[in-house]
Design a protein around this ligand. Structure first.
Ligand SMILES: Nc1nc2c(c(=O)[nH]1)N[C@H]1C(S)=C(S)[C@@H](COP(=O)(O)O)O[C@H]1N2
Ligand SMILES: [Mo]
Length: 337
């Protein structure tokens, strides 16, 4: 089944979601997040209640997050006709090399990461640089649920309901100068709690660094994320703050962000530095530009198994072409991979 992407303006799913699904979501919200969340539910449903059935409640929810939950705009952007990936898969099949190179390592090891207190540095070419406590950093923003496809460069994919806000909102607030041409994102380095950073897996020059061109970061689909599946972000998915850029390969989405720098030059990013022939700065999902070692024409939608491999064609810009193609008008996407 090939699903056309929905436009930003055309992506509310409430009109096609049976009430039972909405009610079941309500039960989940009531059960795991307490009454506060119910107040904010505008009656929009979710794609598949079964996808929320296996969500583990977070063991500790900081006040800044529970305060925000009551005003989340649910289902602000969604993916029509594609099932949401089970929570278990989204939280047990991860890439987060700081916690080890295997898909199960982040789930096993990231629990030890201390996400509170947390602060984020904003620096570089901005009028309002600063170091913010996370709760102050988040305070100004209206949180939204964004259900996005996530396409890893390794050719597997998921559909994940994130909770976050457009990074454009932050950019406007900190007043970039005329020389700010790119954003550079940096992940925490914690030698004590990140086995992948201490170990001999020294291929990567920590911290993990990612970047976006200013106009890409200003695009309304690019978000900073603090939650998933109606709850706070799991550590293995990049708590307490990560980037999600749905039209790009997953590696652009830096996790556990501690610094966002506004810079004049294109930042040297982690995977690009490691293997420049295989991973570029742009990393736009593109079925017609193969990775040197495998095709990108298809992907494995998780969960996938031997008897139901769940292979589907990869969509240009991961299905978001209508929204983002104009950012790359006139660019050779084969050269700028
Ligand atoms: N700091 C950091 N961020 C990271 C990674 C990483 O190893 N370290 N892996 C990236 C890759 S390759 C992918 S596909 C996504 C996976 O996000 P998920 O585990 O939440 O699905 O995170 C990205 N962000
Ligand atoms: Mo990835």
């Amino acid at each position: 089944m090939l699903i056309k992407s929905s436009r930003l303006s055309d992506c509310h799913e409430s009109d096609v979601t049976p009430e039972a699904i909405y009610l079941s979501r309500r039960r989940f919200m009531a059960g795991s997040l307490a009454g506060a969340a119910l107040a904010g539910l505008p009656g929009l449903g979710l794609a598949d209640p079964a996808r929320y059935a296996d969500v583990d409640a977070a063991s500790a929810v900081p006040e800044w997050f529970s305060d925000k939950l009551s005003s989340v705009r649910w289902d602000a952007v969604t993916v029509k006709g594609e099932a949401i990936t089970p929570f278990k898969d989204a939280t047990h099949y991860n890439n987060f090399y700081e916690f080890g190179p295997d898909k199960g390592d982040p789930a096993s090891n990231a629990g030890a990461l201390k996400t509170e207190p947390w602060s984020v540095v904003i620096d570089g070419e901005v009028g309002k640089p600063g170091k913010y406590a996370l709760e102050d950093f988040i305070k100004p923003y209206q949180l939204e649920e964004r259900i996005y496809r996530l396409r890893c460069v390794e050719a597997w994919s998921m559909v994940i309901p994130w909770i976050g806000f457009p990074i454009s909102e932050l950019i406007k607030r900190v007043e970039p100068t005329g020389s700010a041409k790119y954003l550079r994102f940096e992940t925490l380095v914690d030698h004590e709690h990140m086995p992948g950073v201490q170990s001999n897996f020294a291929l990567i020059d920590w911290p993990y660094v990612e970047g976006l061109r200013m106009d890409e970061a200003m695009h309304p689909l690019a978000i900073l994320v603090v939650g998933m599946y109606g709850r706070i972000l799991a550590n293995q998915n990049g708590a307490p703050l990560r980037l999600v850029v749905p039209w790009k390969y997953g590696f652009k989405g830096a996790k556990s962000i501690v610094r966002i720098s506004f810079v004049a030059e294109q930042p040297k990013t982690t995977w690009q530095s490691l293997a420049p022939d295989e991973y570029g700065f742009y990393a736009n999902v593109n079925p017609s530009v193969d990775h040197p070692r495998w095709t990108q024409a298809h992907e494995r939608r998780l969960p996938s198994g031997l008897f139901s491999p769940n292979i589907r064609p990869t969509l240009m810009f991961n299905g978001y072409a209508e929204e983002v193609a104009s950012l790359y008008a006139g660019m050779d996407l084969r050269k700028n991979y």
